[in-house]
Design a protein around this ligand. Structure first.
Ligand code: NAP
Length: 310
């Protein structure tokens, strides 16, 4: 049974890395599986101002590197791959990747979520040619040009504010007449002379030839449509949890968020979920880290009981 891990963590964002750090520090043989690169959503964050301990803020990639280094120092092991299915019916549980079967006595799912698409014509076609969801990656391409930002949440306003440093004008398009973003971000945005707002409006199409040149916009109150010229459109229409491979195996709500109790435990013994992929998550970096820690401590308790009952 030497190839059976005490804990296998799915996902190498802040949540998974925090879980991993606590798990190895508790003396558990722990493997973290990541499908692409460490860091998850914050890899795109230019500056994070609300993670405790960084009064001047910290760039997303720097924070990820620091947490990963910290976890590695304690001996966390990593593997790359995509877990496609779980068999959680008996011990040890089995995680099926593209090429491998991994055995685990407990599993912590920290797979986060992915950005929603608008589902309008031109969105996929112009991806990387004017359509983006990463201001820090792509904002530079629109220096001194007018761009659009879709969404009214923290991501839209945060990234929109970043774009004002590069672009000549940033117009936020929001489907309601009130932003969802936190008050501090809203105030900053309203005070920024480069930011403009189009409320009660939705994007109907993204148009152009080789690259985006305009979008079709419809006002939901007046039902009037118009064309707005823009070279770039940054879309931040929320996200959905990356839990599709576990549907039918792990209990979830209608939105695909994994159901857990206060210990991050699912109904399935030995299976835990943490961070943005669980239900009722505050979806903040700090709460994700906290969730990961809670899940690791719960996994430790679970394994202790499992050993006692053996
Ligand atoms: P979010 O809070 O879910 O906001 C998504 C926005 O997109 C909402 O304004 C929503 O409109 C709009 N939307 C959704 N579907 C749409 C559609 N089909 N068409 C047009 N608009 C649509 O997502 P988020 O802004 O990505 O934030 C995710 C989480 O990360 C949040 O908890 C946020 O606090 C956190 N975050 C924090 C920071 C920070 O603190 N600096 C930065 C980024 C993200 P409605 O308002 O009408 O629903």
């Amino acid at each position: 049974m030497s190839n059976v891990h005490d804990v296998v963590i799915l996902g190498g964002g802040t949540t998974g890395l925090s879980a991993g750090m606590y798990s190895v520090r508790a003396g558990l043989n722990t493997l973290l599986i990541e499908q692409s690169g460490f860091g998850g959503q914050i890899l795109n964050a230019d500056i994070i101002e609300n993670f405790p301990g960084f009064p001047q803020g910290i760039a997303g990639p720097d924070l990820v590197m620091a947490i990963q280094e910290q976890a590695s120092n304690f001996g966390l092991e990593y593997a790359f791959g995509q877990v496609q299915a779980l068999n959680v019916q008996k011990q040890p549980m089995i995680l099926q990747t593209e090429s491998d079967e991994i055995l685990a006595r407990s599993i912590i799912i920290c797979v986060g979520g992915e950005r929603n698409r608008l589902g309008v014509p031109g969105e996929e076609e112009f991806e990387g040619r004017g359509v983006s969801n990463c201001a820090t990656c792509d904002g530079y391409f629109f220096a001194d040009q007018e761009v659009l930002v879709v969404g009214g949440g923290d991501s839209a306003i945060d990234e929109g504010l970043y774009l004002t440093q590069i672009c000549s004008k940033v117009t936020v398009i929001h489907r309601r007449n009130q932003l969802r973003a936190s008050r501090v971000l809203q105030e900053r945005a309203f005070q920024n002379s480069k930011m403009d707002f189009r409320y009660d409006s939705v994007v109907e199409s993204i148009d152009g030839r080789d690259a985006v040149t305009s979008i079709g916009l419809r006002n939901l109150k007046t039902d009037q449509s118009e064309e707005i010229a823009a070279a770039g459109i940054f879309i931040y229409a929320g996200y959905h949890p990356n839990t599709l491979p576990f549907q039918g195996t792990i209990p979830m709500d209608d939105g695909g968020h994994i159901k857990v109790d206060l210990n991050m435990a699912t109904e399935i013994p030995g299976v835990f979920a943490a961070g943005d992929c669980r239900w009722h998550s505050a979806r903040q970096l700090a709460t994700g880290a906290g969730d990961g820690v809670t899940a690791a401590l719960s996994a430790y308790t679970f394994l202790e009981r499992l050993d006692q009952s053996a």
